[in-house]
Design a protein around this ligand. Structure first.
Ligand code: SF4
Length: 426
């Protein structure tokens, strides 16, 4: 196992390449580092490259060869020039997990919901360029004005977790559950309330809005579950099993009342009684980045750095959250580090771009990623600076490419689900 730490000023591409040379069998895929261009003509919801492309989804614009050939220095000059020309007409958003080579051009850096809201403060923006992944751009489109275009520089930037819950599978699950609960005695509460993590398609946000449910973020999941438990007997939580389990467990829900729903199996692979006794039904989804963290890594960090503070994201498996000193959203992690008044050693369980940025931002502390083998969010990594240069220069010419538009029939219900979340109080 490689234990070498990375220099926070190195690019993720350099880190991946170097670590693969050191331990080729144990690192992430290198294909994006060697060839970051997506030449496929379209994408699917969440935009994994393997997805079948639905007929009505937008097609990836054809990026001209000049952007593929441009040097980093040339792209830098062109991005800055385009940004200057566009002025307040365009706002660039960079997610915490986005690579530094792109984040440095962002007007705002934050989590997906913070960014969608930040864009709303830019009244004059005609274009919102979201350097994140597909579901984030969809959320920005739901919350933005009709006359604002939301652009995802590379339509192949999706989220593997969001892909794990698709509309037809969730609908099938819903129908099976509502049929099972139809004979229960009416006590004034809904038999089951759907709750979706922000990391899902607009189609699913609309689904929960239509069916009396709401959206949650990793910051407010407990508040949202409380809201749901006041109104319903149970919660169907998707797509991230870990956020659902970690949050409900901290609220006192026993593990045996949190069965897992495996799509494509009858009753999700459960018997009826288990689902009748359930308090939270967890969808079989996870984040491929946060799944990599283990209790063994925490034990090693404690051995190597006595007194280390271990903070992990709640998308990590339960055993990891249990072994950590604390768990919370990207915002929580950032605030915890900012609040430390004495030099402290922090081992962080979240995406490497964010950890490296925090290490550079707080040099008085020792901050490192729990996973010694660097693993960025590979789908977000698809936003190469060349794509950013391309969409910005197209905007300068008055053309919008790679626009994300949530269908009108999903907009209203999805907005209701987001508004319920904002209205939910602990
Ligand atoms: S870090 Fe995980 S949940 Fe977040 S965008 Fe990447 S794959 Fe999706």
């Amino acid at each position: 196992m490689v234990t070498q730490q990375t220099d926070s000023n190195e690019s993720v591409a350099q880190n991946i390449t170097r670590l693969n040379l050191l331990a080729p069998e144990s690192t992430c895929s290198t294909d994006l580092a060697s060839n970051p261009w997506d030449t496929a003509t379209g994408y699917g919801p969440g935009a994994s490259q393997e997805d079948k492309i639905p007929a009505n989804y937008p097609k990836q614009g054809s990026i001209p060869q000049q952007y593929l050939n441009a040097s980093d220095a040339e792209l830098d000059t062109r991005i800055l020039a385009a940004k200057e020309k566009l002025g307040e007409k365009a706002v660039i958003l960079g997610h915490f997990y986005q690579r530094d080579e792109v984040v440095k051009y962002a007007d705002f850096v934050g989590d997906s919901f913070q960014l969608a809201n930040a864009a709303l403060t830019k009244d004059k923006a005609e274009a919102i360029v979201f350097c994140g992944v597909h579901f984030m751009a969809e959320t920005a489109d739901i919350l933005s004005r009709d006359d604002q275009a939301v652009i995802l520089p590379n339509l192949a930037a999706g989220c593997s977790m969001a892909d794990m819950a698709d509309g037809p599978s969730v609908q099938q699950c819903w129908e099976e559950l509502t049929a099972l609960y139809a004979d229960e005695e009416d006590d004034g509460r809904m038999p089951v309330i759907p709750v979706t993590y922000m990391n899902c398609s607009a189609e699913l946000k609309a689904f929960v809005g239509r069916n009396g449910g709401l959206v949650c973020t990793s910051s407010n999941a407990a508040t949202v579950l409380e809201w749901a438990f006041e109104r319903g007997r149970r919660v169907l939580f998707f797509p991230d099993q870990h956020l659902g389990r970690n949050t409900a467990k901290a609220m006192g829900v026993p593990l045996e009342q949190m069965p897992m729903w495996s799509p494509r199996k009858e009753l999700g692979g459960n018997d009826s009684q288990t689902l009748l006794d359930a308090k939270v039904i967890l969808w079989h989804g996870f984040c491929s980045v946060h799944k990599r963290f283990t209790p063994a890594q925490i034990a090693k960090a404690r051995e190597d750095f006595p007194g280390v503070q271990v903070i992990v994201h709640p998308e990590c498996p339960m055993e990891v959250v249990d072994a950590a000193d604390s768990a919370g959203s990207t915002d929580f992690i950032q605030k915890a580090i900012a609040a430390a008044t004495e030099p402290t050693t922090f081992a962080i369980g979240t995406e490497i771009n964010m950890v490296n940025r925090l290490a550079a931002q707080y040099p008085q502390h020792t901050i490192f990623c729990l996973d010694p083998v660097i693993c960025p969010c590979s789908t977000m990594y698809r936003i190469h600076p060349g794509y950013l240069a391309w969409v910005l220069e197209e905007l300068v010419e008055g053309r919008v490419v790679n626009q994300i538009t949530v269908p009108a029939e999903q907009q209203g219900d999805a907005k209701i689900a987001l508004e319920r979340m904002l209205a939910a109080k602990p």
